[in-house]
Design a protein around this ligand. Structure first.
Ligand SMILES: *Cc1c(COP(=O)(O)O)cnc(C)c1O
Length: 388
């Protein structure tokens, strides 16, 4: 990054058209035209870099991807329709039948579904370690292990994994180290600095930041991205130009938004720490967080997700949600609107209690995605719901 984060996020735009527009236009076009047969041939042969067809590239998706590449300190990237299509395409492009993955068990629900339901169809197995079992990682690596995968902070328990430590293990064993950096955003944490080969985002969350569109992106080294790009070009999980246009505009305000989200989240976490209905509060930048030191090492701010354990378990969690008045009960996160979820009765309700506990989801765990409303109003809503 040659300029500061905020400047790069704002000043990287597609080339101006003949109309000299100030703000990037929306290029809703499925294909692009050629001057003659020779230009068309050279473009398809990739002797000439240009847009051919929006399943491959489009000026809006390229603008969005270029910003993330710069923000993450990557060499190249590719945009996808959703975070899950970025994750699936990345694994599908890089793995062969019979390969093996080592992953932290605390991963996004659908990622867990991919590991346990779909990849096994191609004889690709995944070995899990728990967040507090990082010392076991090396013992899980086999001859056919190809990818080491983590998310940090984790969803929904907000645990932190040591990127540098895991990055070094990946390097020693020549594994592709992939990090889902969705909860942190590149403003807070840049995993490539700690040895990640690829970084994946669901752009649906803080990147959009206003709960409007879905999107995903993978960035990293040029040779790996090339394989992922060719897979996507052939199989079609492309981000729509409209979504890319919305997301690229949103990135212009990522730094200000994330700063404010984190300020509000820290205040909510401090309030919860003092409340007697609350057993444990987990927020990466509270000293009481079990991995506080690691969080401080690799993150610039604590993020916008606060998890807490309400006294009284499952029933208390459900009652709390029922009494919430202003905040939304919804599955999204990273929105301007504060969102409250109770994972054990909703998103993770289909897991066994044992499986839930292994990923830090106790019966009374509540997850708050702290939004951008005035923090006093967020806290009053939580306070009145806790009283009941
Ligand atoms: C939401 C999410 C995803 C999936 O992204 P979609 O855009 O919903 O497909 C993946 N990883 C994490 C950590 C997420 O929060």
């Amino acid at each position: 990054m040659s300029k500061h984060f905020e400047t790069e996020a704002i000043r990287n735009q597609t080339e101006r058209s003949q109309f000299s527009e100030h703000s990037s236009p929306l290029y809703l076009t499925s294909s692009f035209v050629f001057d003659d047969a020779e230009e068309m041939r050279a473009s398809f042969a990739e002797e000439k870099q240009r847009n051919l067809y929006s399943r491959f590239t489009n000026p809006n998706t390229s603008e969005f991807v270029n910003k993330i590449v710069i923000m993450e300190g990557a060499e190249a990237g590719h945009a996808f329709a959703t975070g899950m299509s970025a994750i699936f395409s990345t694994f599908a492009a890089l793995l062969n039948a019979g390969d093996h993955i080592v992953s932290c068990k605390s991963v996004f629900g659908s990622t867990h579904g991919m590991f346990t339901k779909y990849l096994p169809k191609w004889n690709i197995e995944t070995s899990y370690f728990k967040v507090d079992e990082v010392d076991l990682v090396e013992s899980l690596i086999k001859e056919n292990t190809k990818i080491l995968y983590i998310e940090t902070p984790t969803n929904p328990a907000v645990d932190i994994l040591d990127l540098e430590l895991i990055g070094n293990i990946a390097k020693r064993h020549n594994l592709i180290f992939i990090v889902d950096n969705c909860f942190a955003t590149p403003y807070i944490q840049q995993p490539i600095k700690f040895g990640a080969d690829l970084v994946i985002h669901s752009a649906t969350k803080l990147m959009d930041g206003q709960g409007r569109v879905l999107g995903g992106v993978t960035v990293g080294s040029s040779d790996l991205i090339r394989e992922i790009y060719l897979f996507a070009r052939n199989t079609g999980p492309a981000m729509s130009p409209f979504n890319a246009w919305v997301l690229s505009k949103s990135l212009e305000t990522l730094a200000v938004r994330v700063n404010k989200h984190c300020k509000n989240a820290k205040k909510v976490a401090r309030f919860l720490e003092k409340n007697e209905q609350v057993k444990i509060v987990k927020y990466p930048f509270l000293k009481s967080h079990p991995q506080y030191k690691i969080a401080k090492k690799q993150m610039k701010l604590g993020g916008n997700i606060v998890a807490f354990e309400i006294k009284g378990g499952l029933e208390a969690g459900r009652t709390f949600l029922n009494n919430i008045k202003m905040c939304s009960l919804s599955a999204n996160l990273g929105d301007t609107r504060t969102i409250v979820t109770h994972p054990s009765s909703t998103t993770h309700g289909r897991l066994s209690e044992q499986d839930r506990l292994e990923v830090g989801i106790t019966n009374g765990l509540v997850r708050i995605s702290v939004g951008l409303e005035h923090v006093s109003d967020i806290i009053s809503d939580i306070k009145q719901a806790l009283k009941k």
